[in-house]
Design a protein around this ligand. Structure first.
Ligand SMILES: Nc1ncnc2c1ncn2[C@@H]1O[C@H](COP(=O)(O)OP(=O)(O)O)[C@@H](O)[C@H]1O
Ligand SMILES: Cc1cn([C@H]2C[C@H](O)[C@@H](COP(=O)(O)O)O2)c(=O)[nH]c1=O
Length: 216
């Protein structure tokens, strides 16, 4: 049975790498996929992984009907054996419904990849719809780690290394940014709740309040 599968995890846990591997393994066996993405850091119409791999993809636009895109592709003689959608958190809920229709009405597997929650630990609307509709939700096996060593489960947005909780839901960016820039850091829930990033933990450790007795 064809399936809608949602591969989810924090930022930097290997989602795009897995998307590229699934694509590679299927195309190595002569299958052809349609690859959707939206707002990848590498630029428009790209699916990129931090491991350095990048490939072309269809950049999804606001209001674009993904079911109609696949039907048009097929009716113009194109081939599609499966569909991959990366950065699926940026898709609108209605576009997730269209992907479910691709599974149910066209009989294609759809593999969607994305982060579930934003920097405020609220569901992205597209991810919420995926959790509601997916046949399976798969949490990635490679764990991203919080600075404390615990499994990272949450995404923090940082400015100058400090966690912020105000701002637009969508700001394209990356982990490991230089201190002054807007960036992201993955944290365990405990440290996300306490807004304690690697930089603020370092600063707290150096604070005179916690220095050993006798130190200057
Ligand atoms: N230099 C490296 N050597 C080995 N693995 C790396 C390296 N850089 C990144 N990675 C792996 O790539 C993962 C990020 O992959 P990526 O597909 O870009 O993540 P996501 O799409 O989930 O944000 C990291 O968790 C890490 O496992
Ligand atoms: C938490 C959070 C993330 N984003 C953006 C930042 C990146 O461009 C993508 C996630 O990409 P990745 O391949 O999973 O690393 O999402 C955002 O816009 N808003 C957020 O709250």
């Amino acid at each position: 049975m064809p399936e809608l599968v949602f591969f989810s995890g924090t930022m930097d846990c290997g989602k795009s790498t897995l998307a590229l591997q699934i694509e590679h393994n299927r195309s190595a066996r002569g299958l052809q996929g349609i690859i959707f993405t939206r707002d990848d850091r590498a630029g428009e119409g790209k699916l990129s992984s931090r491991l350095g791999l990048v490939r072309d993809a269809v950049e999804v636009a606001d209001g674009q009907d993904l079911y109609v895109y696949v039907v048009d592709h097929l009716s113009q003689g194109g081939r599609a054996d499966y569909v991959i959608a990366d950065e699926a958190q940026f898709l609108a809920p209605v576009q997730i419904d269209q992907l479910a229709r691709v599974v149910d009405d066209l009989g294609l597997d759809v593999y969607a990849f994305g982060i579930t929650t934003d920097f405020r630990s609220k569901l992205f609307p597209g991810s919420q719809r995926l959790v509601e509709l997916a046949d399976r939700v798969e949490v990635l096996q490679v764990e991203a780690l919080c600075w404390c060593g615990a499994r990272a489960t949450h995404n923090a947005r940082t400015v100058g290394g400090e966690m912020v909780v105000e701002g637009a839901q969508v700001v394209v960016g990356d982990v490991n940014h230089s201190a002054d820039e807007i960036g992201y850091e993955v944290l365990c829930r405990r440290h996300h709740r306490r807004r304690m990033t690697a930089a603020s933990a370092r600063a707290a450790a150096l604070s005179p309040d916690v220095l050993p007795v006798g130190s200057t």
